[in-house]
Design a protein around this ligand. Structure first.
Ligand SMILES: [Zn+2]
Length: 693
């Protein structure tokens, strides 16, 4: 299977709920770990090797408790490493990372990241304590099974139906067949609910036979986070998740909260039990659970759970084996580090005083109250220090363009593995805190309305004496290991001369060394992906075509209309105006959609008396159009959409909507193109064996 065939289902799966959460990454392409996958790729330089060697000495590698905890309670691993998707491709392949287990130190990987990447290789069924089990290494997240009186309560059913079903089958084989009586969604990110159809039947949820329990605000946030800027987020996923990078020491290594995301069937069954109070107790099939809503932390809708009879604390995704993203590089609203810290503190005082085990939706559990409290404190303090330390500096004049070079995590935290920043780097998280409180402007008018990079670059290049001296100096800086200096000037040249291959290749070499040196896989992937794109571009045809029906059902009509407003070509619309009444009788909703001043707006709950056109269509039919399965013209033809009044506004609107394409360029020349086999590394080294599962 070629790259397109594997990238496509991943992006389709993530199209709406996008990325986010996790998403997408890593075409399942095996590469020889001793060789660079790209003919233009470079080995780690002397400076990179020296840095990695110094890190091997300065980081607390003698503390091996994480490895003991990651192995503890192991019951069995399955006899397969791949899980197939219903669509026929490989949805999951933990074996594509087996080269990490050869006991070799790779100089192209930050030693701390390599350590985390090995910890995330846990694969199979584990006992947390008698009655609580996890299947790990089947997807980006863990799936957790709580033994209830008559069955299983499943916490967080992974991203894909296929991987969740495989995990349920495996635990039933090993521990005896039990029915799923309840599912808990810990939060609104798709790696925690997308596989629900692999463990539960929607009819059983509707009848109440199976409970699906979710935190307050879950349905509002499950989809909405990723609609308005969805296409841009999907494109940026190529960076954060290294979607095009083959798996290997020079490419994709890990995703910090797990290896990668499964590329299977993503679904969503709406919950039938919502936890509304800050703290709420519920007993399900004999299992007593205390829920703690933690909105505004890792997700806008999230909750921890305590099992008082078992002295077991479920930390959702609030406490895992990494410091998380305050700012997610694929693009998202900036999160609140202080609130996050406070919610961990609340859990520490509510449950952490007596908890004997802490387990979560990613990473491995921690046993013993001392250890539970140690990890809770290290993460509480890291988020609080990030917030307070950054604002401490900002209040003394350090700006968003300096903070990442100034703010330092306290030494005491730097020496604790549970406080290391794999998912969110210290650099991009510290900039995020400034952005949250002060925004992107540093107070210098030069940066307030700056020229666009492509407009300023020519002036710099001219004043620096043209391309030649920049290349000479760029090479010199590269040879001295001054990579961030080199990127500063080479970036200008690439923008001024997008066709200058020497400049692009040299900038790619610079990005690559910076990438090798990063502890955070999100940052590493972004640099390595940019190097890849400068050298090769991205293949065309990787555009998501449609979104799954469950995700569309979860999208409100208002949100969809808002998105039409974003798709509107305002220049074409300027000077035109109309009012359309939209009615969806089966759910009793009505809207006025107005075009005026080149802008499309909508309001729910109103009808305009002087509307030019009234459109009536059942919401269930409209969903077919929302997911791209049936065009609106066809809905009219089949009589499912009824138009009353002047049809002209409908035709006008249709002609003014733009389809977003994923293949836009980020750096000059990195837009989608049809690659020849020679240009496309996927064509040469692909995973031949698609059996298993
Ligand atoms: Zn997650």
């Amino acid at each position: 299977m070629n790259a397109k065939n594997i990238i496509l289902p991943m992006l389709i799966a993530t199209a709406l709920s996008g990325a986010v959460w996790a998403a997408g990454g890593g075409a399942i392409v095996k590469s020889d770990p001793s060789k660079h996958f790209d003919a233009k790729g470079k080995m780690p330089s002397k400076y990179t090797v020296d840095l990695q060697n110094a890190l091997r000495k300065s980081l607390p590698f003698e503390d091996e408790r994480d490895f003991e905890e990651a192995k503890k309670g192991f019951i069995a691993a399955p006899d397969y490493k791949q899980i197939m998707a219903e669509a026929g491709h490989v949805a999951w392949d933990i074996g594509s990372y087996d080269w990490l287990l050869d006991g070799k130190d790779f100089d192209s990987i930050h030693p701390s990241l390599q350590r985390q990447a090995i910890l995330n290789m846990s694969y199979g069924l584990y006992e947390v304590i008698p009655g609580i089990y996890q299947v790990r290494g089947y997807d980006l997240a863990n799936i957790t099974f709580i033994k209830s009186d008559t069955g299983w309560i499943v916490f967080d059913p992974l991203t894909a139906k296929e991987t969740a079903a495989a995990a349920l089958k495996f635990i039933n084989e090993k521990l005896g067949e039990r029915p799923v009586v309840a599912v808990v969604y810990s939060h609104s990110h798709a790696d925690h609910f997308g596989g629900v159809r692999g463990v539960a039947d929607e009819e059983d949820v509707k009848s109440g036979k199976v409970k699906i329990i979710a935190p307050s605000g879950f349905m509002d946030h499950a989809v909405s986070e990723n609609v308005y800027a969805g296409n841009a987020m999907n494109r940026r996923m190529f960076m954060q998740y290294g979607v095009l990078l083959p798996r290997g020491p020079f490419g994709h290594v890990d995703q910090s909260i797990g290896k990668n995301t499964a590329a299977g069937n993503l679904g969503l069954i709406p919950p039938n039990v919502i936890i509304k109070d800050d703290i709420e107790e519920l007993t399900v099939d004999g299992v007593k659970m205390v829920f703690q809503n933690t909105p505004g932390t890792e997700a806008p809708s999230e909750m921890n759970t305590y099992f008082p009879d078992l002295k077991a604390f479920w930390a959702a995704e609030n406490i895992t084996g990494t410091i998380h993203n305050i700012y997610t590089l694929r693009g998202a609203l900036v999160r609140d580090a202080l609130e996050w810290s406070k919610q961990i503190n609340h859990a520490l005082y509510l449950f952490g005083q007596e908890a004997e085990v802490m387990f979560a939706s990613h990473s491995w559990p921690r046993w013993g109250n001392d250890r539970v409290q140690e990890v809770m404190r290290s993460q509480r303090d890291t988020y609080a220090n990030l917030n307070n330390g950054v604002l401490h500096l900002a209040n003394q004049g350090v700006t968003i363009n300096q903070i990442h070079n100034v703010y330092e995590v306290p030494q005491s935290l730097q020496q604790q593995w549970s406080a290391r920043s794999y998912h969110g780097s210290v650099e991009h998280n510290s900039r995020a805190v400034v952005n949250r409180y002060l925004g992107y402007w540093d107070g210098n008018p030069t940066t307030l309305i700056p020229l666009s990079p492509e407009d300023s670059a020519g002036l710099y290049v001219e004043m620096m004496g043209g391309a030649k001296p920049i290349i000479v100096k760029g090479k010199m800086l590269y040879d001295e290991g001054k990579y961030r200096h080199a990127q500063e000037i080479l970036n200008k040249l690439v923008y001024a001369e997008p066709d200058n291959l020497e400049a692009k290749n040299l900038l790619a070499d610079v990005f690559e060394q910076i990438g090798y040196q990063q502890e955070s896989p999100s940052v590493r992937n972004s640099f390595l992906a940019a190097a890849y794109e400068l050298r090769n571009g991205i293949p065309s045809g990787a555009s998501p075509k449609s979104s799954g029906p469950d995700m569309i059902k979860a999208m409100t009509t208002e949100l969809w209309l808002d998105f039409l407003g974003i798709r509107l070509d305002s220049k074409k619309a300027d000077g035109k105006s109309f009012k359309i009444n939209l009615v969806t009788p089966d759910n009793n909703e009505e809207f006025v959609v107005e075009l005026s001043n080149g802008t499309l707006t909508n309001i729910m709950g109103y009808q305009a008396k002087d509307a030019d056109l009234t459109i009536s269509i059942n919401r269930t039919d409209l969903e077919q159009t929302m997911m791209g399965a049936v065009s609106f013209d066809e809905q009219i033809k089949s009589g499912k959409a009824k138009l009353k009044g002047d049809k002209k506004p409908y035709d006008e609107l249709k002609s003014m909507l733009v389809h977003f394409d994923l293949g836009f360029e980020i750096l000059p020349g990195t837009g989608a193109k049809d690659l020849t086999p020679e240009e496309n590394p996927f064509q040469q080294e692909e995973l031949g064996d698609t059996s298993g599962g």
